[in-house]
Design a protein around this ligand. Sequence first.
Ligand code: NI
Length: 158
Amino acid sequence: MAIRNIREIGDPVLEKTCKEVTEVTPRIQELIDDMFDTLYEANGVGLAAPQVGILKRIVVIDTTGEDPMLLINPKIIETSGEQTGYEGCLSVPGKTGQVTRPNYVKAIAYDENMEPFEIEGTELLARAIMHELDHLEGHLYVEKVEGELQDVEEAEEE
Ligand code: NI
């Protein structure tokens, strides 16, 4: 278990498409454990493998601090509704911006035993799933920001 270095905007690894995971090897399991450690250390809501420099389709999400979720090879199968709100990213420190996302998302993913499962989320969880899946395609939320990217302190004063 270890904290990994979080790659920041401008790093080309954040712009690449990630590869599917075919098997959870001991090395991948270690990556997953480290991703959770890194997420909690940074007080984040989600982290995708490319953010620690690994181009694999692995995402960890925890919207409450008590609800760790691992998504391997996730795919969106349904979305509905719309929400607009502030979003941030551990790879874009100190910044935030308004992004519109679906308000409901259903996805299929694999767990650490490579067993498929469905996950549904609304509001923050739906936003986190969409945001993290974008990372796997090499996209950052800053591409979708409506208006200006703001400093976190400015946005909190509004
Ligand atoms: Ni992010």
